[in-house]
Design a protein around this ligand. Structure first.
Ligand SMILES: *Cc1c(COP(=O)(O)O)cnc(C)c1O
Length: 424
């Protein structure tokens, strides 16, 4: 099916007389007639539900839709994007292992990898996404277990050369994990370019209304764990905490990764989404294809206006021909990237502050990617503790404004931006 149709109808097909909309199964537990019936579920010998920390029918239906959208073989929801990225990495990395990651990734993920996972004994090497294949190869070690990057980085807006990163990962016998939050599968399907695992913060465009925090992990089913069994003992040798199951043998290439993440990590960490949140996420997914088109149209209209304005020093938006990422965007994101535009005001930090104070439609928020336009000056908020020099080094100079273009009329958005720039 076409992606547009999957957005609307994927993941759930009601039977005769059943609810047209995905039912919210707001139940922690499920009833069985015999202990033997339940035992089969615990042994992963039968399909079914027993406790909503591990699996729930509402969450599974929405995960199936995201799986179909990405073209994967298995998927799961998590309670946040942070949990999705943590699970995706920790499912194949343990104490003593190493990760290669693009350096331009979301701040929360950067902290997760560089600080919290380091405390677990998992080291990381960060590489410039623009690096050569040789530089990328040099980042690998014998104990490297995964490569990580974001299709469009938040907030740097760099575009990942997915094929280059996938080739390097596969040369070294490890999977490429891509966080596909900003483009969503409507604008890019990383599996088509060689990625093995995809993650999402569904909090952003997938939900699209700023209503529910959530995450998702999708497996392409293409990575041959058994061919690299020495690197991935968690998938390729018996799990003593699960009756000696060997996930890669029992569930095959298409099912092992998500089954292990559910049976082991969700069981032990419990980063479970609520069925109510999964329902809200599905409402967002039903219009994702229609909304992404509008977010991109508004992003491009705003970027073009800003680029031509004398008070604007520069604009970062990969759909502009002036962007250093334009060629990559044309390859990986031919239908548009997303609605997030970054730009610098010629007047510096003070100009950014005056500009934002005078906006009437765009609210000042740390959020991005929902129906209402919002903006942020990292220098005066998320990166407030840094001086101008440090801000520049971190890629968020003092004058930088990140604007997430919503679904309003682009004429109204541009008129609002124009009047706020006049006050600068
Ligand atoms: C927001 C975001 C995350 C974290 O997701 P949460 O749902 O806030 O936990 C991860 N990656 C990217 C690219 C994001 O934008």
């Amino acid at each position: 099916m076409n992606r547009d149709t999957i957005c609307v109808q994927g993941g759930y097909t009601p039977g005769n007389g059943e609810p047209r909309q995905i039912p919210i199964v707001q139940s922690t537990t499920f009833k069985y007639a015999t202990s033997e019936d339940m035992g089969k579920l615990f042994d992963l010998e039968a399909d079914g539900y027993f406790y909503s920390r591990l699996q729930n029918p509402t969450c599974d239906a929405v995960a199936r839709k995201i799986c179909e959208l990405e073209g994967g073989t298995a998927a799961m929801l998590t309670s946040s994007g942070q949990a999705a990225n943590f699970f995706a990495l920790f499912n194949i990395c343990q104490n003593g292992d190493h990760i290669v990651s693009s350096s331009t990734i979301y701040g929360g993920t950067f902290n997760l990898i560089s600080v919290t996972m380091a405390k677990m004994g998992i080291e990381a090497t960060f590489v410039d996404p623009d690096c050569s294949e040789e530089e990328l190869d040099a980042a690998f070690r014998p104990n490297t277990k995964a490569v990580f990057g974001e299709t469009i980085a938040n907030p740097a807006l760099t575009v990942l050369d997915i094929e280059k990163f996938a080739r390097a990962a596969h040369r070294h016998g490890v999977p490429l994990i891509v966080d596909n939050t900003f483009p969503t599968p409507v604008n890019c399907r990383p599996f088509e370019w060689g990625a093995d695992i995809v993650t999402h913060s569904t909090t952003k465009y997938m939900d699209g209304h700023g209503a529910a925090v959530g995450g998702a992990i999708v497996d392409s089913g293409r990575f041959d764990w058994m061919a690299h069994a020495d690197k991935f003992p968690g998938l390729c040798t018996p799990d003593e905490s699960y009756h000696g199951i060997t996930y890669a043998e029992r569930f095959g290439q298409g099912g092992a990764f998500i089954t292990k993440a559910t049976a082991q990590l969700m069981r032990d960490f419990g980063c479970t989404p609520s069925p109510q949140s999964a329902f809200l996420l599905n409402l967002g997914l039903e219009s994702l294809h229609v909304r992404m088109k509008r977010h991109c149209e508004n992003g491009l209209a705003v970027a073009r206006f800003l680029e031509a304005h004398p008070k604007v020093a520069y604009v970062d938006y990969c759909d502009l021909p002036s962007s250093p990422f334009h060629a990559l965007a044309q390859k990986y994101l031919p239908n548009g990237s997303c609605g997030v535009v970054s730009f610098g005001l010629a007047g510096g930090r003070e100009a950014a502050s005056t500009f934002m104070k005078n906006l009437k439609l765009a609210a000042i928020e740390t959020h991005v990617a929902d129906a209402r336009t919002c903006c942020l000056n990292p220098a005066s908020s998320t990166h407030r503790q840094m001086n101008d020099e440090q801000l520049k080094a971190a890629g968020v100079p003092a004058e930088l404004v990140r604007m997430s273009c919503g679904l309003e009329s682009s004429e109204d958005l541009i008129a609002d931006i124009a009047q706020a720039l006049d006050k600068v």
